[in-house]
Write a protein that binds this ligand. Structure first.
Ligand code: LRH
Ligand code: MN
Length: 425
């Protein structure tokens, strides 16, 4: 991959240098600290979901591309390629049992050899596994049957064990638990049983670990979801304790929800634990982050940079991607995602916070809005590309990946025989 990156960078370096000089000159004229911005952009890292390296699909079909990773080892190989290209994805978030390693120590060594680590692990009590004793058809941690709840708690403790061996320090718990019809499920008892089970999982957390609760308004439940919204997630995180916090999946909000406001509320509550970045037009579409609502992504990043400004280094949410690549090559889609996230972050860093604060306090609506938009409308691509270049990455990750012929190469060795796609995606 390094050759393709070097070739690509050589092709673009003159134009890049011109663009960077022009932008730096303008930012300096505006009194901006270009060096500081480059450092700030370089500090942004995002974890890659293990379940997004194969081709995703829907209930209507899946159209696998060539060279799909056949196991978690090949998925790590693909994440390493992404890290070489973008220099922004040094960690992987595993989903258990989809990507449960036979030998976690061996997988940890494989990852270390690739310069990768592990971010939050994800449990799965939204599917019945082969040989599973009790079904999650009517829920897991909320289930009316103690045996099912016990089974689900045991699974989460197992996921923590695997994560501990891999060097992870957090678990994300998303629950499909809910109902399809009014009257089917008691809305308070189901929530209280869920909290009771989460308390047992929280009590078993290793001392330096965090637990993230992830809300979602619907799907697969189509009437009520136990952890339906940020309020339900916050109630759980507050009841559990200081190492529990809320994970915001951008796709888990009803149309036109002001997600940046949800983020601001969770920051105020001291309970913003992490993100699943993606984008959506309608439902939980799991599309490329920044591909549909780039301004919303900027406004979310603006809340994060502003919070970091006030709270300092203790404010460290876990940034992760959660997408399903039904049509794009997964590595190209993830490269575009990382670029879009780096750009939204870079634009948020450009916001003149003192000026914005002043205009807000003066209720100068026009100047406040203009100050925010000025950052959003700045083409930060040269800055973001320069950060990648300085870290040994690609000025243009997608074209470097294409010119590397990586997908063609792995397509020859990764024969389909033996490839088991994730069951739901
Ligand atoms: C649920 C969700 C959750 C994961 C799954 C793959 O929609 O966002 O975060 O467990 O996708
Ligand atoms: Mn998610």
């Amino acid at each position: 991959m390094n050759d393709a990156i070097a070739r690509g960078n050589a092709t673009f370096e003159d134009r890049h240098a011109r663009d960077l000089d022009a932008l730096s000159e303008r930012l300096l004229a505006d009194g901006s600290d270009v060096g500081g911005h480059l450092d700030g952009i370089g500090s942004f890292e995002v974890a890659v979901p293990s379940w997004a390296l194969g081709t995703g699909g829907t209930r209507f079909g899946r159209f696998p591309g060539g060279g799909e990773p056949r196991d978690v080892y090949e998925k790590l190989d693909d994440v390493a390629v992404l890290q070489e290209l973008t220099r922004g994805t040094p960690r992987v978030s595993l989903h258990i049992p989809w990507d449960e390693p036979d030998d976690p120590e061996e997988l940890k060594a494989h990852a270390a050899g690739l310069g990768l680590g592990f971010d939050a692990v994800n449990s799965n009590t939204f599917q019945d596994q082969p040989g599973q004793t009790l079904s999650y058809k009517f829920g897991s941690l909320c289930h009316t049957d103690t045996g099912v709840r016990e089974q689900a708690v045991a699974h989460n403790l197992h996921v923590i064990d695997v994560g501990r061996t891999l060097g992870s320090d957090s678990i994300t718990i998303w629950l499909a638990d809910g109902s399809n019809f009014p009257g089917q499920m008691h809305l308070r008892r189901s929530f209280e049983r869920t909290l009771g089970c989460l308390e047992r999982i929280y009590a078993a957390l290793p001392e330096d670990w965090r637990l993230f609760t992830e809300h979602k308004p619907y799907e697969p439940a189509f009437y009520a979801t136990v952890v339906q919204d940020w309020g339900s997630s916050l109630l759980l995180a507050q009841a559990l304790g200081e190492r529990a916090s809320c994970l915001v999946d951008l796709g888990h909000h009803l149309p036109d929800t002001n997600i940046e406001l949800v983020v601001a509320r969770l920051v105020t509550a001291g309970k913003l634990g992490g993100f699943h970045f993606n984008d959506a037009k309608y439902g939980d579409d799991d599309l490329t982050a920044g591909s549909i609502r780039p301004f919303q992504l900027f406004l979310v990043m603006n809340e994060l940079v502003d919070a970091g400004h006030h709270l300092g280094p203790s404010f460290a949410p876990a940034y992760m991607i959660d997408q399903s690549h039904n049509l794009k090559d997964p590595i190209e889609a993830l490269a575009m995602t990382v670029e879009n996230l780096q750009r939204a972050w870079a634009k948020a860093l450009l916001v003149d916070r003192d000026a914005l604060h002043h205009h807000q306090e003066q209720n100068d609506v026009v100047l406040a809005e203009r100050t925010l938009r000025a950052a959003y409308e700045t083409d930060v691509r040269p800055l973001v590309a320069e950060v990648r270049r300085r870290k040994g990455g690609a000025l243009d990750p997608v074209s470097a990946f294409r010119s590397s012929g990586y997908r063609e190469k792995v397509s020859k060795v990764r024969t389909f025989a033996g490839y088991v796609p994730p069951q739901s995606l």
